[in-house]
Write a protein that binds this ligand. Sequence first.
Ligand code: ATP
Ligand code: MN
Length: 460
Amino acid sequence: MLKIRDILNLKPENQELTVYGWVRTKRESKTFSFVEINDGSTIKNLQIVIEDKIENYKDIIIKINTGASIEITGNLVASQGKNQSVELHAKSCNVIGEANPDEFPLQKKGHTFEFLREISHLRARTNTFAAVARVRNSLSFAIHSFFQENGFVYVHTPIITASDCEGAGEMFQVTTLDLDKIPKENGQIDYTKDFFGKKSLLTVSGQLEGETYACALGNIYTFGPTFRAEHSNTTRHLAEFWMVEPEMAFCDINQNMDMAESFLKYIFKWVLEKCSDDLDFFNARIDNTIIDNLNNIVKDKFERITYTEAVEILLKAKVDFEYPVKWGVNLQAEHEKYLTEMVFKKPTIVINYPKDIKAFYMKLNDDNKTVRAMDILVPRLGEIIGGSQREEDYNKLYNRIVELKLNPKDYEKYLDLRKFGTVPHSGFGLGFERLIQFVTGMQNIRDVIAYPRSFKYIVN
Ligand code: ATP
Ligand code: MN
């Protein structure tokens, strides 16, 4: 079956073909109608000309309304119109499923994204959401393609985990216990009665398991859903999101940065080439800087600065930040945007963060104050990638765990990797939805995933 994307590339030779799709618009005139149909294969519509000569014209044409599904057989000819090079002259037309214009919600153009979020089951029928879905699909493939070309092994890390050690306090619990009758033992919840016999949670990152496979296979990556019960109601946070996490053995922080930079460039180049129609649409309708931006990013080297340098720059900035800056604080989105939009005007990698604001597993620098963390910040969005070189020294990692009042028993396996054949290793995490936001210019992360979930917000 021919798709509209392919039909639009055909040479019009009056050839007969059949096409299926959903009606976008209809313009009726005395003796014929123009109908635009879309089948999801491209942002572009196919124009159909239906003359009143065809059988049952009157009956058919009243049923051809926005949202209806139709099958049309006709001849492909050059179009006189300036918006398209070909059009289909209908010979026969069959309305497969009607869409009552008094009820179908997508009548007029320009619905707000808020409204469209309420009709999650229909929003993919709009140009914007179909384009997001196609770009999302293409970016997924680009990610696999990059890693596969570079010899990485795709590892499926678990979604349910029994280690409480990752993102303290921000995890969803998984249980089959009856919440009205929670079994207790000495006042404590008796998890031996729970499904796994232990407290279990949804993963916030596949990194720890990823490290175990990197320390056997060399270079690996994970790409799957992760869950964070964060209460942050921002346009950049979801409770369920997808993350890409490569992990590389025999790799230090500099090689990690090089890998992350070439990875981002590869996928931006990919999407510029393979999704040009959809990107043209986003550039015209959502943000007119995205294509230029992506082209520049692909060509230009990323800026690399230390956290300490970033703080110095921010302290000199003549801007009233909502969150004041001093050495030791976490960089907020406003700071990240200032660095990437006002100072460097390009993606910026910040390294060597204070150890107290980063995770326990990051490799300590010789200054004993900073760790080999690297965040990649991009204009418009702030942090898109967070990564680090991992501590490979058993004693240093052990001491850090104790220092942070974590229980070394919970980290025995993780420590074992440092006990047996330890290697310098590094990796990073890319939030997949943030990547899509960056590429499409979409403002709200809820609009780049089919069914968004975030604090007090879940649609079906
Ligand atoms: P942020 O400070 O923006 O909350 P983070 O420091 O918590 O990010 P990491 O733990 O380093 O993020 O996770 C790696 C990447 O995952 C981030 O760079 C970001 O792209 C993405 N990410 C993190 N939290 C979320 C979320 N709640 N929703 C969507 N993407 C997220
Ligand atoms: Mn966070």
